[in-house]
Design a protein around this ligand. Structure first.
Ligand code: SF4
Ligand code: SF4
Length: 134
């Protein structure tokens, strides 16, 4: 084997080692970044679920009707959903069947109303009300 060949082989080996360490470093960075994203996301999730109060944003009744609801295709919300308060920055909503539903569920161990918000995450309408009400 001539000198040139040996030099080329050595060069190849060292490039391989450099690229291996570069891959390892990049992989390490990706894992670190992933951990930070996960940590931040779980903090956000924990913060969102720590406040389960209903701010009457109406979002849940605009996504699908509850057991007592009546879906309106035209407005894409439950027919019984009414505006409770209207401000320039936000509106709040109420259920026109609230009293009837509460009466019907009076013997239930876990009645529908009062159980807390089931949509505390990724709910800009609720976030906006929270921001102005707090
Ligand atoms: S999405 Fe949550 S805050 Fe909004 S009306 Fe429903 S339960 Fe209340
Ligand atoms: S009946 Fe009331 S609580 Fe149920 S989906 Fe309609 S507006 Fe919402």
């Amino acid at each position: 084997m001539n000198r040139g060949m040996i030099t080329l082989m050595c060069l190849g080996l060292s490039i391989g080692r450099v690229s291996d360490s570069l891959t390892e470093r990049l992989l390490g960075e990706y894992i670190q970044e992933g951990r930070v994203v996960l940590r931040n996301t779980s903090k956000k999730v924990a913060a969102a679920f720590s406040d389960r109060k209903c701010y009457q944003c109406g979002c849940c009744c605009k996504e699908m009707p509850c057991l007592y609801g009546n879906w309106d295709e035209a407005t894409q919300q439950c027919l019984y959903l009414e505006v409770a308060e209207e401000f320039s920055q936000y509106s709040t909503y109420r259920c026109s069947q609230y009293d009837t539903i509460v009466r019907q569920e009076s013997t239930k161990k876990y009645p529908m109303f009062g159980g807390g918000c089931g949509r505390p995450l990724l709910n800009p309408d609720r976030d906006k009300i929270k921001q102005y009400k707090l």
